[in-house]
Ligand binder design. Sequence first.
Ligand SMILES: [Zn+2]
Length: 139
Amino acid sequence: MPSKWFSVSEMLATSTGLDNTPPTESPLWSNIDQTMQRLDAVREVLGKPVRITSGYRSAAVNKAIGGEATSAHCLGHAADFVCANQDPADLCRQVIEAGIQFDQLIAEYRGSRWVHISFAPKMRGEVLTYRNGKYTPGL
Ligand SMILES: [Zn+2]
């Protein structure tokens, strides 16, 4: 089923110049598709345009941008996004209050600000804030 709000190209975009498209028959495609469906629900809750700043990452892309080796981005299960210049913690609260299921939800403050959300393979419902170089539980 196609996503209502997102395109595959948004999920594959990278500024690294590296190839970031999974092989044709890869199971990653169904993960990416599922993530987009779940992002649709996030978009509906937030009610404003959601811009994906990083979706799927090939191993090479992930390495180039300094992502964690075990990143859910590499499985197509995660996306980073911004929404209408809103504070990441505020966005996270809206997602939580709406009852959206997720594995990890992170309010990221790293110079620029964004929300990281992942949906699988588990659904731990873990909420974190990244600020001043470290993760802390909660918002
Ligand atoms: Zn992320």
